[in-house]
Each structure stands twice: as C-alpha cells, then as structure tokens.
Design a protein around this ligand. Structure first.
Ligand SMILES: [Zn+2]
Length: 125
C-alpha cells in the first residue's frame, strides 16, 4: 500500500521552495512586459510577495524544527524529525507515532487534530 502521506517538514519545505520559483517566474514575466509599466510593476510586486512569503515559511520551518522530535526511524534507521503525534519518516515515508496507544493502529491524519482528541476525551468521560 503506497502512502500518500509524507513528512510534514519536508512538505512545508517543498511549498516554500516552489514559492521561490513561482516568485521568480512572475518577476521574469514582468520583465517581458516591461513596455507596459503598470503590468510590469504589478508582476514585480506579486513576485516579491511570493518570495517574501517563502522566506516567512522558511522562518516558520525553523521554528517548527525546534519543536520537532528527532528520532531514528525504525524502518530505515536514518535520523528523521517528526511533528505532531503522527508523522512520516523523511526518507522512507514509514508512518511513525510518538503515542504508544497508537502503535499498530492504521495511520491516520486525524490523530494530529486536537478536535479528534477532544472528541475521544468526551467519549471516555
Ligand atoms: Zn525511515
């Protein structure tokens, strides 16, 4: 069974990286339209916003990484970082959990939502 799931930090990093490229492409298109001043200025500003946004995301990854738990993947024995209760290995995409109660459970994104845990708490009361 192929998991659609991938490591959260990797996923965010991919988004940030693609934003840099999107920003550069937008600015490049702006250069093509340098005869139409308003269009060039608009595209340049959009490009700067995209790149600025990716910088912000990179900063955010830095903050997240300090909260991420470094572990050694039991599957491929490489060091990886995980965020939240469940995450996937950065290298082999093996689903990992920090919660012993979830060990052996089918991997589910819902375990990361606090709403799900609140509902579980209500049920056990
Ligand atoms: Zn692994």
């Amino acid at each position: 069974m192929a998991l659609k799931y991938s490591n959260k930090i990797n996923k965010i990093r991919t988004v940030a990286l693609s934003l840099v490229f999107v920003g550069m492409i937008i600015m490049y298109i702006g250069l093509i339209f340098k005869n139409i001043e308003w269009l060039m200025v608009t595209l340049m500003i959009l490009g700067i916003i995209a790149i600025g946004l990716s910088t912000a995301i990179y900063f955010w990854i830095g903050l997240l990484s300090t909260k991420a738990v470094p572990i050694v993947c039991p599957e491929c024995e490489k060091p990886t970082k995980m965020l939240g209760r469940v995450d996937a290995c950065m290298h082999c995409k093996q689903p990992l959990t920090l919660d012993r109660n979830l060990e052996g459970e089918e991997f589910d994104e819902k375990y990361n939502s606090s709403k799900y845990w609140k509902e579980q708490e209500k049920k056990s009361e």
